[in-house]
Design a protein around this ligand. Structure first.
Ligand code: ATP
Length: 310
């Protein structure tokens, strides 16, 4: 980084083992005050475990975490005063109304925000008197975030906040998260959607198999590919006759099942060369697509696998 930003979270060498299996293998990162920090990775990468250690739900086997100046191993009570947490499996009291559960949670804290304003901010005003069990998935998720905000925390942890939501509900939640950032909160969220990470996050840590394999801004991560375009295609009849690294302009070659992905910063040269070579070998290309390189490609490039696979 060019200049020192204020680190509101400092993580050093965090390790978590489940028996003989190490789910988080010694990761380090800082989160800056006021940023949206994304932890991106496929299922099982260790994202939830990392979050759970930071919020005091699991004890790290090694390493330290300092949040808002407090040590997660020694001062978790203090940590809990400055953080708000929404986990994947928040269970809500289904028979209470939206307003009632917020009042209940608020009563647990010394400091609390104005409940009606909070309900309004989470776009739940017309559900204020509705029972929780009657809410949609998106509304329940927004309520879970409201509960995380009741004591006006500085830092908010959101574990896969939009998983399972329809596109419109996802977008509503994105708006809410960006507004929270505008209001000065620091947000740490996990996701396995790269579009979400790209839209929301100032910086992204990419995790894979318990390791942190990259950390940067979304645009720097994509830039690190050194290719701005991806060309995807298959052969009508599977063939490995062509050496893709010989295609003009190709920087990297990825495979996704029987499809090829060529990364290039000279799209025109690559397409011309690809089509020329294929014709020469009498290979027929199908499903040919070109697109701008994305975070998904960064992941494929680093691991040889797709984020979408298990
Ligand atoms: P997801 O997107 O599915 O939540 P994740 O990146 O959050 O994935 P974790 O939930 O942190 O991943 O899990 C990391 C690894 O640790 C996985 O292989 C998981 O099976 C394993 N794991 C998680 N919790 C436990 C547990 N309580 N006991 C044993 N293994 C566990």
């Amino acid at each position: 980084m060019m200049h020192e930003e204020e680190a509101i979270i400092q993580v050093k060498h965090l390790v978590k083992k489940y028996g003989a299996f190490t789910a988080v293998k010694g990761i380090d990162f800082n989160v800056h005050k006021g940023e949206v920090f994304g932890v991106l990775g496929p299922n099982g990468a260790g994202k939830t475990t990392t979050l759970e250690m930071l919020v005091g739900l699991r004890k790290p086997d090694e390493g330290t975490g300092i949040i808002g100046g407090f040590d997660i191993s020694r001062d978790i009570k203090k940590v809990k005063e400055v953080i708000g947490v929404q986990l994947q499996s928040t269970t809500l009291f289904e028979l209470l109304t939206v307003e009632e559960i917020l009042q209940l949670y608020g009563s647990f804290y010394r400091k609390q925000v104005d409940i009606l304003t909070l309900i309004d901010d989470m776009i739940l005003s017309d559900k204020r008197k509705s029972r929780i069990k009657s809410l949609s998935g998106g509304q329940k998720q927004r309520l879970a975030i409201a509960l995380a905000l009741i004591h006006d925390p500085l830092i908010i942890f959101l574990d896969e906040p939009t998983t399972g939501l329809d596109p419109q509900a996802r977008r509503t939640l994105w708006d809410i998260i960006l507004k929270l950032k505008e209001s000065g909160k620091t947000i740490v969220l996990t996701t396995h959607y790269m579009d979400e990470a790209h839209v929301l996050c100032d910086r992204i840590a990419i995790m894979d198999q318990g390791n942190l394999i990259a950390l940067d801004t979304p645009s720097q991560l994509v830039k690190s590919l050194q290719s701005d375009s991806a060309v995807e295609f298959r052969f009508q009849h599977e063939s490995d006759e062509m050496d893709m690294t010989k295609v003009e302009g190709v920087k990297q070659v990825g495979r996704e099942k029987d499809a090829y992905v060529l990364y290039t910063d000279d799209l025109q040269a690559t397409l011309t060369s690809l089509i020329g070579e294929a014709s020469e070998k009498q290979l027929k290309l199908t499903d040919l697509k070109t697109r701008t390189a994305t975070l998904e490609d960064v992941f494929i490039h680093m691991t040889g696998r797709s984020l979408r696979e298990e």
